[in-house]
Design a protein around this ligand. Structure first.
Ligand code: SF4
Length: 429
């Protein structure tokens, strides 16, 4: 099979992996004339837009879609009749460099099916990253999807060359994993995530120690070699809708992963039915809106001070299943509508934590409100200057010149005001 055909097969096979954003790495470039490429320091690459509006991308491929495992939700499982292909290490290296020099990509996202053994496969992935960095001085972004039961030494090596590492948690429950991916072991997955976290922490510590305080109190870089291990941290991906796990279960697991392993991101990927899949699996994808609501809820957990139970306790969703997020409206609005007694919130007096809970007010808007109210009492029009959507906040805030009438908040059909006409669901691919 020629290279172009392999690329067609292995790029297509990689499309099911959602976890390839690229934020948070270190700055690395070739401005001095040395090396090839650069990372854009803190900006997203794959499926992301940089602050100046550029769409930036990764070469997102599998090393191979051959696999000895039999995960029933996966198109590449051993028994699948899908067309197979395999790159050599050199082919991936050359493709990456070639695409980079032509300005097609700004980095590489590399995953793989498992061939021969976990260690053998992991070694191939590490060799790609190592050759790019060591032989070609490649300074672009590299994200490696690691094999959880590969040896600790290979996982350690992977982080020395990659900007980000990820290990998929796959499914929200051990029971589902045993059912749909019997060769995968949740204990090993967690152990490997823990191991990555240890290396990442050590690396941060080493970088902190590489700057010492001089006698004059100034920070000075020492000559000690800094250990840079997976500077953009680790991430994971969970398939949503392949089993019956509720959103509450999914978010509780994600919350634990953020805490235990300092995940940079948990990605939620809506299950996509595959040809001749196992009978146990649903015949249809979950609504795409579910994936979207999970991302919104994830944001609320990380940046808005919500608990999982607060946003999933509302068992009045339109899904008919308990512990599910409302698909019609975002989880913050849903929470507010079920806690109307806490509103309207006085913008001029409320604590930061409460302002963050007002639908339509984000973290940036909250910061602006708190800063602005130090100088004067804010009026409703001032909220526009703070970047707040006044259409959304109207019923929920009180300002110097605005106090929503009680009947507005008490209206049974207030939710309907916020529901946009839904458009038909589009296919994922
Ligand atoms: S190990 Fe990965 S590639 Fe192989 S069947 Fe499972 S999910 Fe698919």
């Amino acid at each position: 099979m020629n290279l172009q055909k392999k690329l067609a097969v292995l790029a297509d096979a990689a499309k099911y992996d959602a976890s390839c954003a690229s934020s948070g790495s270190i700055k690395r470039n070739s401005v001095s004339g040395k090396g090839v490429g650069s990372t854009t320091g803190g900006m997203g690459i794959c499926h992301s837009y940089s602050p100046d509006g550029r769409c930036i991308s990764l070469l997102k491929i599998l090393l191979t879609n051959f696999c000895i495992y039999e995960c029933s939700y996966c198109i590449n499982r051993a028994s699948s009749t899908v067309k197979r292909a395999r790159f050599t290490v050199e082919e991936v290296v050359n493709l990456t460099l070639d695409f980079y020099k032509r300005n097609y990509i700004e980095g590489l996202f590399l995953s793989s099916g498992i061939i021969q053994s976990s260690d053998y496969t992991m070694e191939q992935l590490v060799n790609v990253a190592k050759t790019l960095r060591k032989t070609h001085d490649f300074r672009g972004y590299i994200h490696l999807k690691t094999i959880p039961d590969a040896s600790p030494e290979l996982l350690r090596l992977a982080g020395l060359y990659a900007d980000r590492l990820s290990i998929n948690i796959e499914l929200p429950s051990k029971k589902s994993l045993a059912l749909y991916a019997p060769e995968k072991n949740p204990t090993t997955i967690n152990k490997s995530m823990g191991q990555l976290r240890e290396h990442i922490d050590e690396s941060k510590e080493s970088r902190r120690n590489s700057k010492k305080i001089t006698s004059t109190g100034m920070r000075k870089k020492t000559k000690a070699t800094k250990l840079v291990y997976s500077p953009a941290g680790q991430s994971t991906q969970m398939i949503v809708g392949a089993d019956t796990s509720s959103d509450a279960k999914i978010l509780t697991l994600a919350h634990g992963l953020y805490g235990r392993y300092q995940m940079r991101r948990v990605y939620y990927s809506a299950f996509s039915p595959i040809p001749s899949s196992a009978e146990l699996l649903p015949a249809q994808s979950p609504p795409l809106e579910r994936e979207h609501r999970l991302y919104q809820a994830d944001w609320l957990l990380r940046f808005y001070g919500f608990d999982v139970s607060e946003i999933t306790e509302v068992d009045k969703s339109n899904t008919g299943q308990s512990g599910m997020l409302d698909l019609d409206i975002d989880p913050k609005l849903s929470w507010a509508l079920h806690h109307r007694d806490l509103f309207p919130v006085d913008i001029n007096r409320a604590p930061r934590e409460m302002i963050l809970r007002i639908p339509g007010v984000g973290t940036i808007g909250t910061g602006r409100i708190i800063k602005a109210r130090q100088f004067r009492r804010l009026r409703f029009g001032d909220l526009v200057k703070c970047g707040v959507s006044v259409k959304r906040v109207g019923p929920f805030v009180q300002t110097a010149d605005h106090n929503p009438q009680a009947y507005l908040l008490e209206q049974e059909n207030l939710k309907q005001h916020f529901i946009k006409k839904s458009s038909p669901q589009l296919s994922l691919f």
